[in-house]
Write a protein that binds this ligand. Structure first.
Ligand SMILES: [Zn+2]
Length: 333
């Protein structure tokens, strides 16, 4: 009888039963800041802000619009504006294909949504950028839409709010993208002449040509906490100035400290704060009052030869009032 001295009798390998708990897709999310695993519903209930550390998750343009307008209702306008690939640009993929891909993915024609509605009863024109569409980059379509939002606001004599979330100008349209900076800034100049307010909200990230033009031109520039805001990236700057950049450089808090922004508002309080700002900056009756002659609503009782300011006497003018209705009355001696 042979003894199996050196033979070890092994049991045949058995398939290990899969006992790993299957977590349904998207039930939990990992916070990018504190790395906690959080129940997704809890994050959603908290306006897409981490309940543990206050990190603001990126949200879509539609989510923003729904959370800011009264009852989440708004009218979308300028939906028929497309980029047409004027340079026939091609990198890893033709620009045309990229556009088609993102249109299917986001259901949008380009990286911005224009919408009209009311916020706390104040009529307002919104332009909200969509980061999900090519990193919220600004090409001719985005530039045209933001410009149209401003022009509509001038026409209707209502305030403008632009929410930026962008990687900057879109390289696939070259100089045409860069020209949008001047075009939008020009439209904002007209809005300013019409004495209508522009509130710019900067979210994570707002960079490049968007920061270098309209995002920083608000009568109020408001940011979300910890938002990355800058022109060039930190690596490029470090290489150029040959210096180490300070901690928190290009974050909203750093920018407020250095006078680049007015204030920071948490997402949960954005609607409330925006409503307050619009009530301070905008007064419908006065906005009509200071409109250029041709744009004034009829029947305001203009007396030829009498300066407009005279009519303001004996009427309560709410603060802050535009320059033309403000009067300096020296104290009586
Ligand atoms: Zn967190």
């Amino acid at each position: 009888m042979e003894i199996a001295w050196f033979k070890k009798i092994r049991k045949p390998k058995q398939a290990v039963e899969h006992k790993r708990i299957q977590v349904p897709e998207g039930l939990w999310v990992k916070c990018n800041s504190c790395k906690e695993i959080i129940y997704k519903k809890e994050v959603l209930r908290n306006a897409n802000v981490c309940p543990k550390c206050g990190y603001h998750f990126r949200i879509s343009a539609r989510e923003r619009l729904a959370s800011l307008f009264d009852e989440g209702r708004y009218q979308e306008v300028d939906t028929d504006i497309y980029s047409v690939d004027p340079l026939k640009f091609k990198d890893a993929k033709p620009y045309k294909d990229r556009l088609r891909e993102y249109r299917e993915k986001t259901g949008l024609n380009d990286a911005v949504i224009n919408a009209r509605g009311s916020l706390a009863g104040v009529p307002v024109m919104f332009s909200v950028m969509e980061y999900g569409f090519m990193g919220g980059s600004m090409g001719s379509a985005v530039g045209e839409k933001v410009t149209r939002a401003i022009e509509r606001a001038i026409e209707e004599r209502i305030p403008v709010v632009v929410i930026s979330c962008s990687g900057g100008a879109r390289m696939q349209e070259g100089a045409l993208s860069l020209m949008q900076m001047a075009k939008i800034s020009g439209a904002l100049g007209k809005l300013h002449e019409a004495r209508l307010p522009f509130v710019s909200i900067l979210t994570d990230p707002t960079t490049g040509g968007v920061t270098a033009s309209y995002a920083m031109l608000g009568d109020l520039n408001i940011a979300e906490p910890k938002a990355l805001i800058g022109f060039a990236g930190p690596r490029v700057i470090e290489q150029t100035i040959r210096e180490k950049l300070p901690e928190g450089f290009q974050r909203a808090e750093f920018l407020v400290e250095h006078g680049m922004l007015d204030f920071i508002v948490e997402r949960r309080r954005m609607r409330e704060v925006l409503a307050q700002c619009l009530k301070v900056l905008y007064n419908r009756a006065l906005a009509d009052d200071v409109a250029p002659e041709a744009e004034r609503p009829s029947g305001t009782g203009d007396v030829p030869g009498v300066p407009r300011e005279r009519e303001a006497v004996g009427r309560t003018v709410q603060f802050p009032s535009p320059g033309t209705t403000r009067k300096y009355n020296p104290p009586e001696l």
